[in-house]
Structures are given as C-alpha cells and as structure tokens.
Ligand binder design. Structure first.
Ligand SMILES: NC(=O)c1ccc[n+]([C@@H]2O[C@H](COP(=O)([O-])OP(=O)(O)OC[C@H]3O[C@@H](n4cnc5c(N)ncnc54)[C@H](OP(=O)(O)O)[C@@H]3O)[C@@H](O)[C@H]2O)c1
Length: 254
C-alpha cells in the first residue's frame, strides 16, 4: 500500500493539466481520488479509467465552481458519493487546483475579466474550502495551487498574479487556523508548466525558448513535476510543514 492508502482526496480541475497529474499521482500512492471537472466530463472519466487500470480507485464529479450554487452542487455530489462508498462523508485531502489563466496588464483588464479571474481563482477555492472544512478529517491536508508570479513582480499578468496572491494569503491564514486540528495547509507555486494554459506560448519556438530559459534547468515543467510535490505535501512525510509556499518553477528567476 502506498503512502496515501485509505485516504480520500478531492482534486479540483483534475480533468486535465496539473490537476490530472496530481489526481494520478495521489491515486498511485493509494488514495481514493475524486476527480473534479468543470466541463470536460469525458476527459475526467479518462483520468478515472486510467487510475482504475493501474489498480487505483476514483470517481469523477462535475461542477462549475464560479458560483456558490456550483460549489454547493459539488459538495452535494461529493457527500452522496462518499456516503455510498464509505458510509460517511469525510475526506482527508483537498487540492484546490482548478483555475484560469489570464494574460492582461493593469490597463487591459476590464470589469468582466477581473471578475472572471477572481471568481475562479479566489472565490472558488475560498468557498470550496469552507464547504469541505467541516468534513475534512483531523490530520488532513489542504494543498492550494498558487503560482511563481506571486514571488516575482509580473505586471504582464496583473490580475492573475493578484488572484494567486490571495491564494497565498488564504494558505497562511488557514494554516494558522487549522494547526490545532493537525491539518497542514500549503501552496505550490508552479512556474511554466506544459498544459493548455500555456498552449499558445509553448506552440512557437520563441515561446519555447522563453519558457525553457526561465528555469535554471533550461526546460519548462510538466504536470508530473508539480504532482510529485503534491504527493509529498499530501503524505505524512510533510507533517511538520505548514503555511509554506513550495516553489515548483525549476528555479525560475533565482
Ligand atoms: N500551467 C501553468 O503554467 C501554471 C503555472 C502556475 C500555476 N498554475 C495553476 O495551476 C492550476 C491548474 O492549471 P493548468 O495549467 O493545469 O490549467 P488547465 O490545463 O487550463 O486546466 C484547468 C482545470 O480547471 C478546471 N476549470 C476551469 N474553469 C472551471 C470552472 N469554471 N469550474 C470548474 N472547473 C474549472 C478545468 O475543468 P474542465 O476542463 O473540465 O472545464 C480544468 O480541469 C491553476 O490554478 C493555475 O492557475 C498553472
């Protein structure tokens, strides 16, 4: 049995990209994984199938996380699925991963674009966490996916950086609040990772050169590079680590 045998994990935005990588990795360690998706049910089911083919256990649950209604729907489905499977509705690991990218400067942002990025990247993880918290077992784990743009000034992605700054603050405050329950709360700060979010950049040679050149290792990251860190943070190996921001940018902007 892996390091997460008997644990139950919810990974938001696990139909593709980094969330998919984290879902596969946590399942590999033995966790039962709830693969959340927004719109791509087929891709989420493919993640579930892959986990099952490898001998793991998972289910897919869809919900639009931009509204409180969507978040309540996520929780209602989760509650039902967990009760069916385990007889109660508690879980051990919450990974707040779902998010949207936005390449806009201060001048370019509009009220709509601002609301879009804040609703998905700030409001959703805040209310998902609040909804899940009473059902998270003592000794549990919360892993938030932030970004390296909160470490280095990034005015070309102004509103996106602000949204991830809020995730860092959420991480710190929650870590303090939940220490008494032995729940750790940490954030991962990926650099440029090969997902659809960066498709435009990684499709052209100039973009590839830029993305690789940022890292001390002269390459961009893959979802697995982030997923391995999530597996550590989800496991008991990280029990003495909380309120921290783990860089996953391959040493970008050192
Ligand atoms: N890629 C990077 O370089 C990078 C760097 C730093 C941080 N991050 C962060 O890492 C996280 C994952 O990024 P990624 O690159 O893997 O993104 P991605 O490939 O674009 O995937 C985004 C995921 O979020 C879900 N999602 C989007 N909008 C949603 C909504 N309204 N309701 C519910 N789910 C929604 C998508 O679900 P469906 O596809 O099912 O709709 C998908 O599973 C994000 O928080 C991102 O900000 C990424």
């Amino acid at each position: 049995m892996g390091k997460l045998g008997g644990k139950i994990a919810l990974v938001t935005g696990a139909s593709r990209g980094i969330g998919r990588g984290i879902a596969l990795r946590l399942a590999q360690e033995g966790a039962f994984v709830v693969v959340h998706y927004g719109t791509r049910q087929n891709e989420a089911e493919e993640v579930v199938d892959k986990i099952k083919q490898r001998g793991g256990a998972a289910i897919a649950i869809g919900a639009d996380l931009r509204t409180l209604n969507g978040i309540y729907n996520l929780y209602a489905s989760l509650d039902e699925a967990l009760r069916e499977r385990t007889g109660d509705n508690r879980l051990d690991i919450l990974v707040n991963n779902a998010g949207v990218g936005q390449i806009l400067t201060l001048e370019e942002a509009t009220e709509e674009s601002y609301d879009e990025v804040m609703n998905m990247n700030v409001k959703a993880p805040f209310f998902v966490t609040r909804q899940v918290l009473p059902h998270l077992r003592d000794g549990g784990r919360i892993i938030n996916v932030s970004s390296f743009v909160t470490r280095v000034a990034s005015p070309s992605v102004f509103t996106y950086s602000m949204s991830k700054g809020a995730i860092d603050v959420l991480t710190l405050a929650l870590a303090q609040q939940l220490g008494g329950r032995n729940i750790t709360v940490n954030a991962i700060r990926p650099g440029i990772i090969n997902t659809e979010m960066n498709a435009a950049t990684l499709q052209n040679p100039d973009g590839q050169k830029y993305a690789a050149g940022l890292s001390a290792f002269n390459r961009w990251g893959e979802p697995e590079d982030v997923a391995d860190i999530a597996a550590f943070l989800a496991s008991s190996d990280s029990r003495w680590v909380t309120g921290q921001f783990i860089d996953a940018s391959g040493g970008s902007h050192l």
